[in-house]
Design a protein around this ligand. Structure first.
Ligand SMILES: Nc1ncnc2c1ncn2[C@@H]1O[C@H](COP(=O)(O)OP(=O)(O)O)[C@@H](O)[C@H]1O
Ligand SMILES: [Mg+2]
Length: 266
């Protein structure tokens, strides 16, 4: 099982859209996916067709009250994709987590203590637009972080604080954490976008995912419909790009597993 956190301190860079669309693409490729909403704004929960205000229990019960992760998970309209929803209570988590001892490990332990989780191949974590206690929990629980960024100056600049957070988490609570940067909302006609893409390539090299997600208004429509783009508009450009992204990630995971197996046999 792979745990992938989608994180960036900046809002509006397509974190939630990437969680929903990547989940859809992974499900279409035959993998079981659990998406966990960690944002008090509950956009992932809404985007998968649930009403946050009507939820009696949410991910905040897992983080604050030791509820079992799968006791709050729900099925979505997409077969193979389940969600652990969030609501406004996640605002409390951001405030009250830091006063607990070893709070960084709460989500990691909740994942570890869920035997039913073996049914899923991928767990996707939708992080809030901050680098506080909740994102630290996600990065501690994850094998991999994906940092979506627009090819805009401020977005690219904002990656610095995420990289600093990743370094801190590596030294304190999760030495094995790796990361990839993902370019989203690219407009190929925009010269600045093309220049920024080249700069990101130079800065991050192998750390930049080859797949680029371009601007596509159909993504907004599918969110309103409460469905992943891969299921709502399977032939759209962004559905194909998120399918390519899923394939690229699956390849990385398999290569890494192969490296680990060969180093064990050395
Ligand atoms: N590739 C894209 N093309 C056009 N609009 C997009 C794209 N990706 C995301 N959006 C839109 O941008 C807005 C912000 O995306 P969202 O996923 O909510 O970002 P975040 O979770 O980082 O705050 C949403 O309205 C979403 O529909
Ligand atoms: Mg979001």
């Amino acid at each position: 099982m792979q745990v992938i956190a989608i994180a960036n301190e900046k809002g509006g860079v397509a974190k939630t859209t990437t969680v929903i669309s990547l989940a859809g693409a992974l499900v279409q490729a035959g993998y079981g996916v659990l998406a966990i909403d960690l944002d008090a704004q509950a956009n992932l929960t809404l985007g998968l067709g649930l009403q946050p205000a009507r939820l009696r229990r949410s991910v905040a019960d897992v983080l604050l009250n030791s509820a079992a992760l799968l006791s709050v998970s729900r099925e979505t309209s997409v077969s193979g994709l389940d969600v652990v929803p969030a609501n406004a209570d996640m605002g409390l988590a951001e405030r009250f987590l830091p006063v607990r001892q070893n709070y960084e490990y709460i989500l990691q332990n909740a994942l570890r203590d869920s035997p039913g989780l073996a049914a899923y191949h991928y767990v996707l974590l939708d992080c809030p637009p901050s680098l506080g206690a909740v994102t630290t929990n996600a990065l501690t629980a994850a094998n991999l972080v994906i940092a979506p960024t627009q090819p805009e100056y401020f977005s690219a600049y904002g990656l610095r604080s995420l990289m600093a957070t990743i370094r801190r988490v590596r030294s304190q609570s999760n030495a094995a954490l790796s990361y990839y940067v993902l370019i989203t909302m690219m407009d190929r006609r925009n010269r600045i976008h093309r220049t920024l893409c080249e700069q990101l390539q130079v800065t991050f090299g192998e750390g930049l995912l080859k797949t680029i997600i371009e601007v596509d208004t159909k993504l907004r429509e599918s969110t309103v419909a409460g469905m992943p783009i891969t299921h709502y508009f399977p032939k759209s450009r962004s559905a194909m790009q998120y399918t390519a992204l899923a394939q690229e990630l699956v390849n990385h995971v398999q290569e890494k597993a192969a490296v680990e197996i060969s180093s064990q046999s050395d």
